[in-house]
Ligand binder design. Structure first.
Ligand SMILES: C[S@@+](CC[C@H](N)C(=O)[O-])C[C@H]1O[C@@H](n2cnc3c(N)ncnc32)[C@H](O)[C@@H]1O
Length: 261
């Protein structure tokens, strides 16, 4: 087949116009490779043909949004960081801001992260006081999150007592109970847009910024800064350390937790 990947500039422009997603914000090599694989799989002749289909076919558009980044997630991903959250960060947040914490799981994927947050908070607060706002760009993945059914691989990090209390075994899968589900409000939102919600005591954004260029990443950290209240906490992923945190007006607690000044 002909080389689908000759005019990436064209693809970026068209995709922005059709979906509102600015591919300039994502690392180019990685993204182009992924999209070329998808386009070849369908047998499109070139980017022009593919973009036309993204414009006219809802399923192909949804597939694009689902494919452009990896949706892999799991409960209590990187358990040491959740241990620090449980033992240090949550008690500090409650001391500092009281029991009505406003928390945002940004790029929440299949819901493992916001549901883990509800369970982690349930060790410190009554469930009916917990509310997590959870967003992702991908509507299909949000539908899965709301469904709340997981494989044994996804739930392997859940502490045994919480697994027993908050999951129901359905065949070989695990269904999260409504008392946890009802504490999370899911909404579709693009982190590359400007209109971030405000007033959060903690923002959790993990394993998505690795796909972004340095410039796009810094812009997200700046917007998170404006979305956090003073001394609010930003919890990020394992490979996403903020090297220039001082320039961005954060203090560093450790590699994964930063505080807005
Ligand atoms: C690897 S998952 C991370 C899930 C979870 N935070 C975790 O650490 O397990 C990355 C998620 O980022 C989402 N995503 C990618 N680009 C985005 C954007 N511009 N705005 C919002 N979400 C985005 C994807 O749809 C995907 O669900």
């Amino acid at each position: 087949m002909s080389d689908v990947g000759t005019d990436y500039e064209y693809l970026k422009k068209k995709i922005l116009a059709i979906t509102g997603v600015d591919l300039n914000a994502y690392k180019e090599n990685q993204m182009k490779r992924r999209l070329d694989t998808l386009i070849r799989k369908h047998g499109f002749k070139d980017y022009v043909e593919y973009c036309e289909c993204v414009r006219t076919d809802k399923d192909i558009k949804e597939e694009f949004l689902g494919y452009m980044t990896i949706n892999v997630s799991e409960f209590y991903r990187n358990p040491d960081q959740w241990e620090f959250l449980d033992k240090t960060v949550i008690p500090e947040l409650i001391k500092r801001f009281g029991k009505n914490l406003k928390i945002w799981s940004a790029a929440c994927s299949t819901g493992d992260e916001p549901y883990s947050l509800v369970m982690a908070l349930s060790r410190h607060l009554p469930l009916n006081m917990i509310k997590i706002y959870a967003t992702d760009i991908d509507n299909q993945i949000l539908a899965q999150a709301k469904n709340g059914i997981y494989s044994d691989k996804s739930i392997k990090g859940v502490p045994a007592d919480l697994l027993e209390k908050y999951f129901e075994k359905v065949g070989t899968s695990y269904k999260i109970k409504d008392e946890i589900k009802s504490r999370v409000e899911f909404k579709q939102a693009n982190l590359l847009d400007n209109n971030y919600p405000k007033g959060f005591n903690m923002i959790v954004c993990r394993n998505v910024l690795i796909y972004f260029t340095e410039e796009a990443k810094d812009n997200v950290f700046r917007r998170f800064h404006d979305s956090l209240v003073p001394n609010g906490v930003l919890f990020i992923g394992s490979t996403e350390q903020i090297v220039n945190y001082r320039d961005l007006d954060y203090s560093r607690k450790n590699s994964f937790f930063y505080e807005r000044n």
